[in-house]
Each structure stands twice: as C-alpha cells, then as structure tokens.
Design a protein around this ligand. Structure first.
Ligand SMILES: [Zn+2]
Length: 335
C-alpha cells in the first residue's frame, strides 16, 4: 500500500516523503508514538519506497521488490523484534554483520527494530557503534511506544518522527474501507480502540457487538433492581475468568456510561461511540441525575485501574457491581 493509505499521520509521512524526494534519508530514524498507530506499518512502507523499482518516493505495490517486502521475504529488509523479553546483543551483532554487506538485490538495506525500547544497555551500546559509522547502504528504523526508554546517545544519532493517535473519524473511515463493516459498527470499534488502528483492526465487529449486548443486559438488570447479591458474585466470577477480554468489557461499559453522560449533559451525538443505540441510551440517561451518572462512570473506571494495577480481578469486579447497584438503588429512592 502506498503512503496515501496511512491515515492520520500526515506530518510523519510528509517528513519521510520529503527525505525520499531530496534523497536525504538519514541513516537512522526513531518512529515514536502510542501502540497500534501504524509505526511499524509505516517503517515497512518506507522500506518499500526505498527499494521500489517503479517509484522513488512511494511504494508502487506492483513490482517484485514491493511484493517481496509485503510477504516478508525481501533479503534486504529485516524486522528485528524482542527474542523473549529483550532484543538481545546477539541479534544486534547479527544485524551489524549483515549491515557490512552490500544490499543483496535492493538499493538499501533496511533494519526495523520493533519495540526498540526492549534493547538492554549492552545491546543499545553495541547498536550505537553501527549508528556512528555512516554507511550509504543501510537504514535503521527504531520503532517504539516509549521513546524515553532509549539511551540518549542512541536518540541523538537518530531522526525522531512522531506518530499520533488517529482520532475516531478517520479511523471509522479506515475500518469501513478496509473491513467493509457498516459505519455505525465501525464507529463503535474506532471509539473502543481509542483511535488506534492496530487495535481496531484486530477487533472483531461481531464479537464486540455481542459483548456490548451482554453489557447492556447486565446494566438492565442492575438498574431494574432485580439483581440479587448471589447473581452479582456469579457475574463477577464469569467476567474475571476471561482475563484477556475483561478490559474490553470494562471499556465497553465505560463507553456506554460516557455516551449516556454526553447525551444527557450536551445532547450531543457527534462524540457518541454507540451511535446505533442512541434511543436506548437517551431513555436510560434521563432516568438518572447527572451526579449519579458520573458516579457510575467513576466506579467502573476505578475497577479498570485497580485491575490494571494487578488487583484481584474478581474482587474488584464484585466491588464494582455492588457499588453500581447501590447507585441505581439510590436512584430508585430519588425517583
Ligand atoms: Zn514497487
């Protein structure tokens, strides 16, 4: 895919294309920005543009070189990722040895160090030697979500390119185009992924909607006052058993409460995540005073944070569900 397919990173792309057009691509880049915004994807795109047979400042996606890079079989383009927890010194040494040779079939050798912050000091110091010996044939791209974990000496040898969170609107457009899902669902996923394309593309629209329905069902029971404590504990147990998806459930719950709050306080549908559920959101939002709504949001947020900080998930969920019930019961008195 050409650079024009990367959405929301116009500034970064302009920097890269200018360097390509003026043949002033530095020997080393740092691509820094949050997880899942397209840093590694852009690094591969740059590798394609540097080696494309058809174009000088972009990838044609048709030539042999572009195809090989897409398939991960180009001999001059390497992605180096942590082996276990760290990028090991042996991996850097192998890179250095390889960089000593001329490109095998392309114009430039490109080394992409994914999660470059996983280099220990010894690996980073070793890499520094390569960065200090300018060559015209090889380019190193350090990809990181945590630029400040890199050694300052490494940072000073690289040109820093910043990547930003995409934003809900452009990500919705991207999802509609790439995954052929309808705009309302795409918007829900874009919101839950907080504007990160990597996260959004990994989410399954059907599964997410299914989880949203479960959350809605749970809230219906909590707010109707039908819930007894035994059921609450069962639910906490069920939810906490699925560690991998637990945060996703909590994010859905937070998005739901945030939407209720937005509708109630601002009457605004522009920022709503659950655009397909506006009538239901409105109906429930006005059954509660605004202060209660804020409290509900805070309770879920607190549980999310506690679990992220390794609190016992089941216990945190029990506390959350009981606290939510109390707010709803208080509402019943208020009504
Ligand atoms: Zn090409």
């Amino acid at each position: 895919m050409a650079f024009s397919h990367i959405l929301g990173q116009e500034q970064a792309i302009t920097v890269l294309q200018n360097a390509l057009r003026h043949q002033r691509v530095p020997q080393a880049y740092i691509f820094a920005g949050p997880e899942g915004v397209g840093k590694k994807f852009t690094a591969l795109m740059l590798a394609k543009a540097l080696n494309c047979h058809e174009l000088d400042d972009d990838a044609c996606d048709r030539c042999n070189s572009c195809h090989k890079i897409d398939e991960g079989i180009h001999p001059d383009v390497r992605v180096i990722a942590p082996d276990g927890q760290f990028i090991k010194i042996d991996q850097i040494r192998a890179l250095q040895k390889d960089a000593g040779y001329k490109p095998f079939e392309g114009r430039k050798k490109v080394y992409i160090l994914d999660q470059a912050e996983a280099m220990r000091a010894e690996s980073a110091n070793s890499l520094l030697k390569t960065l200090e010996e300018p060559t015209t044939d090889c380019i190193i791209i350090l990809v990181t979500a945590n630029v400040y974990a890199l050694l300052p000496t490494v940072m000073s040898r690289c040109q820093l390119v910043r990547f930003v969170i995409l934003g809900i609107e452009p990500l919705t457009t991207l999802l509609v185009r790439q995954k052929q899902i309808d705009p309302e669902r795409a918007r829900l996923i874009a919101s839950l992924a907080e504007g990160c394309p990597g996260r959004a593309l990994a989410m399954d629209a059907e599964e997410t909607l299914d989880k949203r329905n479960q959350v809605e069902h749970l809230l219906h029971r909590l707010s109707s006052g039908l819930q007894d404590v035994r059921v609450i504990f069962e639910q906490a147990e069920q939810l906490s058993a699925e560690k991998s998806t637990l945060q996703e459930y909590l994010d859905i719950l937070l998005a739901w409460y945030r939407d209720m709050h937005l509708l109630r306080e601002h009457g605004n549908t522009r920022l709503i995540a659950n655009v397909d559920a506006v009538p239901r959101l409105k109906e429930t939002a006005f059954q509660l005073p605004a202060s209660h709504l804020r409290r509900l949001f805070e309770i879920v947020y607190q549980a999310k944070m506690d679990i992220l900080r390794n609190a016992n998930a089941q216990l945190a969920l029990e506390v959350m569900l009981i606290s939510l019930t109390e707010v709803y019961n208080d509402r019943n008195r208020w009504r």
